[in-house]
Design a protein around this ligand. Structure first.
Ligand code: IPM
Ligand code: MG
Length: 370
C-alpha cells in the first residue's frame, strides 16, 4: 500500500534517540500490521543539529516540519551545550519549531496507570483515577515577549529582564481549545493565571470569561491563581479536568502534574496549531521528559512517554482512535506484568532496559492483534 501519512521524526539529544528507536519499531509494526502506512523522514534537531550544522534547527528541517502531516520529537539539550551562544542553544530548536509552525496549544495529559500507583511520591488514594489535561499556551508569553535582555546600568550593576505579554486573540484561541476538549471529557475548565499581581493575568481572566459566556457556557469554568493551582495539584489532583494556562505557568504546572503519575517518563504531549480550511492542523508530539543527559546512552530510559506521544499523534493528527487505544492498552498491559524501567521501579517489579521495555511492547502488540 502507498504511504499515506508523512511523519518527520526528530530524536534530538540525550535519551531522545534511544527512546525513539523503540518508537520506530512500533511505527514499523503499524506500517505492516494496520491499515495506516507512513512515509518517515528522520532528521537532527537541538544539540545534534548544532554539532552537525552549527544551528539547532536548519531551514531545511523547518521546511520538512512545515510539510509533514505530523512531527514526532524526542528531547533536546545537555550540559555539553551550556556554553553555546544563547540563540543557538538546543532548546531554541524546539522553541523555533513551536513558533514557526504556530503550535500554540500544548496538550499535556496526566493520567495514572493503576499498576504504577506505587511509583508516585504521593499517596495512592490521592492519585487513583487521575485523568487531567493541561492545555498550555506555547507560542506567547514570557518565552517570546520583547523587550528582553541583560543590560548594564549606569551604576555598573546588571539588570536582566523579560516581557510577559498576551493579546486577547492569543488568549482566546488557546482557551477555545481547552473548552472544546473539556466538552469531550468531563466538561470542566480551570483557567490559571496570577491576576492578583499581573496585568496580563487580568486580561487573561477577562478574555477567558468573555469567551466562555459567548460560546462555551455549557462548560463549567473556574479560575485559579497559579500558586494555588500548584498547591491544589498535589492536594487533590482528581478535582481537575482541563487546566488552561499561559506558557510559563503551564510549563511549571505540567512538570508538577507529570510527577503525580509517578514519573516524567510516562508523560506524552501534543502541540497543535489552528486547523486550516481543509481541517488539517500542524502538530508536534513529544514526551514531556527532557533529554536526561545523566542516563543518556545507557539503555535505561523509559520509552513509554515517547510511545504514548505517538499514540496522541495517531489520535489528534489522523483520527485513528482505535490505533491510539491499541498502544495505550499495550502500555497498560505491559505495566501490569511488573516490567519497569528505573524511573518507575516499585517494590517487587522487574527492572528492565529501554530495549527490553520495547520488546515487551512489541510482544503485547502482537498478542493484542493476534
Ligand atoms: C518543555 C521544556 C521546554 C520548555 C524547554 C526544553 C525549552 O521544559 O517542553 O516543557 O520550557 O517549554
Ligand atoms: Mg518544561
Amino acid at each position: 500500500m502507498a504511504a499515506n501519512k508523512s511523519l518527520l521524526i526528530l530524536p534530538g539529544d540525550g535519551i531522545g534517540p534511544e527512546v525513539m528507536v523503540q518508537v520506530r519499531r512500533v511505527i514499523e509494526w503499524f506500517d505492516q500490521r494496520r491499515e495506516v502506512t507512513f512515509e518517515v523522514k528522520e532528521d537532527l534537531v537541538g544539540g545534534a543539529a548544532y554539532d552537525a550544522h552549527g544551528t539547532p534547527l536548519t531551514d531545511e528541517t523547518l521546511a520538512d516540519a512545515m510539510a509533514a502531516d505530523a512531527v514526532l520529537f524526542g528531547s533536546v539539550g545537555g550540559p555539553k551545550y551550556d556554553d553555546a551562544p544563547r540563540d543557538l542553544r538546543p532548546e531554541m530548536g524546539l522553541l523555533r519549531l513551536r513558533k514557526e509552525l504556530d503550535l500554540f496549544a500544548n496538550l499535556r495529559p496526566a493520567i495514572t496507570f493503576d499498576a504504577l500507583l506505587d511509583a508516585s511520591t504521593l499517596k495512592e488514594d490521592v492519585i487513583r483515577g487521575l485523568d487531567l489535561l493541561i492545555v498550555r499556551e506555547s507560542t506567547g508569553g514570557v518565552y517570546f515577549g520583547t523587550p528582553r535582555g541583560i543590560e548594564t546600568l549606569p551604576d555598573g550593576h546588571r539588570r536582566g529582564f523579560d516581557t510577559q505579554t498576551y493579546t486577547d486573540s492569543e488568549i482566546r484561541r488557546v482557551a477555545a481549545v481547552a473548552f472544546d476538549l473539556a466538552r469531550q471529557r468531563r466538561g470542566k475548565v480551570t483557567s490559571v493565571e496570577k491576576a492578583n499581581v499581573m496585568e496580563s493575568g487580568v486580561l487573561w481572566r477577562e478574555e477567558v470569561t468573555k469567551l466562555h459566556q459567548e460560546s462555551f457556557s455549557d462548560v463549567e469554568l473556574g479560575h485559579m491563581y497559579a500558586d494555588n493551582c500548584a498547591m491544589q495539584l498535589v492536594r487533590a489532583p482528581t478535582e481537575f479536568d482541563v487546566i488552561v494556562s499561559d506558557n510559563l505557568f503551564g510549563d511549571i504546572l505540567s512538570d508538577c502534574a507529570a510527577m503525580l503519575t509517578g514519573s516524567l517518563g510516562m508523560l506524552p504531549s501534543a502541540t497543535l496549531g489552528a486547523p486550516d480550511d481543509s481541517g488539517r492542523r500542524r502538530a508536534l508530539y513529544e514526551p514531556v521528559h527532557g533529554s536526561a543527559p545523566d542516563i543518556a546512552g545507557k539503555d535505561m530510559a523509559n520509552p513509554l512517554a515517547c510511545l504514548l506521544s505517538f499514540a496522541m499523534l495517531l489520535r489528534y493528527s489522523f483520527d485513528l482512535e482505535e490505533d491510539a487505544s491499541l498502544i495505550e492498552s499495550s502500555v497498560r498491559n505491559v505495566l501490569k506484568t511488573g516490567v519497569r524501567t528505573s524511573d518507575i521501579m516499585g517494590p517487587g517489579a522487574a527492572r528492565v532496559s529501554t530495549t527490553v521495555m520495547g520488546d515487551a511492547i512489541m510482544r503485547e502488540l502482537d498478542k493484542q492483534s493476534a
